[in-house]
Design a protein. Structure first.
Length: 460
């Protein structure tokens, strides 16, 4: 209890910093970050691409600077710093059941969830013919300017206690190993794998990848109930943002993940639709992808955060070891030149734009949830103080320990003395054998009765 309280006491000092960004020069502080309100994040898809405001990623995207696009954006750096503070206290708050804002990635089987996370993070996730993700995976991306070579830590412990660093290329094998080790009794496990990626720069996010909603499987009879239950468990808290991953060629309105999201977010205020496999829609002779993404028709799924289109690596791209910067360039070319997809505004497509959008939405959620988080932390600190107050004083030296033993022996001696003199008789039935005076009286009566039975009457 004391170790946990010390950790929580220490971490709580980070929360005041979430409301402002630190200045980068001379130790000064910049103005507070004020992202747009969560339910006012721009989703206006009627604005033509030419008049759409350029986001922090746009200068880099326009110049084709795919290697390090985030260096162009000071605003994004400030947002990342704010989110980074949150990620550094996430496992501590989780240990004491304080919910924090996060991003949950949900979708049906083979919708492209893991590919999306790979595209965003640069981390390769296990792939298989059937169900790829068998355990929830919490991916935390942090930045550290002193890091020269990106590294990762993979563990079943959210605090990464005792876990060792590994290279980014080793993450896939580490996840596979933990999956085979812990998903033994059931094909789908509820236990989460935690992955922390640290690099010199980039967005700081926490993304939770869940097993895809699966209807039938030879490995597990009730796989639909388990996968759908996991999705509901993770998207239920109001603090989380729901990323519904949907293939471009699917019927959005009949997607089960959309129905589950509507159940817990009926107004669609914290649900963002991410449309994958847009290159498939581009090859189709007829497709209403643009109408669905722009939500033009009354029959279309309406989300306040709207829809965002991306292109992930195909199996052939993976086999050819296509780099992310090449994928992003291919993605940009598709959306700018395809006769159908080029009707989409710039705000509605691109992996870099999605990263920016998710970071801004999560930052807005932090601002909205911060008062509740602070209240929860103060309440938890009060509970811990109460628990600490009833604990005995810590014995720091040998003299203190000897003194404590002497006090206990003195109390035992005094208790026995009072019991012998019948000055104290406990009402506790368990203490009947420790009631010395009555016990002596009983023994005396028993001795007397024994004498009467075994000796002639004339002796009495």
């Amino acid at each position: 209890c004391s170790a946990g309280s010390k950790c929580l006491f220490f971490k709580v000092w980070a929360f005041p910093e979430m409301g402002r960004a630190k200045g980068k020069q001379g130790g000064s502080q910049s103005a507070p970050i004020t992202p747009p309100p969560f339910d006012q994040v721009s989703t206006d898809s009627t604005v033509p691409p030419s008049t759409t405001a350029m986001g922090p990623f746009e200068p880099a995207l326009a110049k084709g600077n795919w290697d390090e696009p985030l260096r162009e954006s000071r605003a994004m750096a400030e947002l990342s710093e704010k989110l980074g503070l949150l990620e550094r206290v996430r496992h501590v708050c989780q240990a004491v059941s304080i919910p924090l804002p996060g991003v949950v990635v949900v979708g049906e089987q083979s919708a492209g969830k893991s590919s999306l996370l790979e595209n965003i993070s640069g981390v390769q996730f296990p792939r298989a013919q059937n169900t790829c993700t068998r355990m929830p995976c919490v991916l935390t991306m942090l930045t550290d300017p002193t890091v020269t070579e990106p590294f990762a830590i993979v563990s079943m412990d959210p605090g990464f206690e005792g876990a060792e660093k590994c290279s980014i290329s080793e993450v896939e094998d580490a996840i596979s190993h933990l999956t085979e080790e812990h998903a033994v009794s059931s094909f789908i496990s509820r236990n989460a794998i935690y992955v922390k990626v640290v690099r010199s720069e980039g967005p700081q996010l926490s993304l939770m990848d869940l097993p895809g909603v699966t209807h039938n499987s030879d490995q597990m009879e009730n796989i639909h109930d388990v996968t759908a239950g996991l999705v509901e468990e993770y998207i239920k808290p109001e603090e989380v943002v729901i990323l519904c991953v949907l293939p471009a060629t699917s019927d959005f309105g009949n997607a089960e993940v959309i129905k589950l999201a509507r159940k817990h977010d009926p107004d669609g205020k914290r649900t963002l639709g991410v449309v994958t496999k847009c290159d498939d829609a581009a090859r189709m002779e007829v497709s209403d992808i643009v109408d669905k993404v722009l939500m033009r028709r009354s029959m279309d799924v309406q989300l306040k955060l709207g829809f965002h289109c991306v292109v992930n690596r195909s199996q052939k791209n993976i086999e050819d070891d296509m780099a992310r910067k090449d994928l992003w360039a291919k993605e940009q070319e598709l959306f700018e030149k395809d006769p159908r997809l080029r009707a989409l505004p710039r705000d509605n497509w691109g992996t870099l734009g999605l990263m920016e959008k998710v970071a801004r939405i999560q930052a807005s959620r932090v601002d909205e949830c911060l008062p509740k988080i602070r209240d929860a932390v103060r309440c938890k600190l009060g509970e811990i103080r109460d628990e600490l107050s009833v604990l005995p004083a810590q014995l720091k030296s040998e003299a203190d320990r000897q003194s404590a033993v002497d006090r206990v022996l003195h109390l035992v001696r005094e208790d026995l003395r009072r019991r012998v003199r019948a000055e104290f008789i406990s009402s506790n039935p368990d203490d009947k054998d420790l009631a010395i005076a009555p016990r002596v009286a009983d023994l005396a009566r028993g001795f007397r009765d024994n004498l009467r039975e075994q000796n002639p009457e004339w002796l009495f």
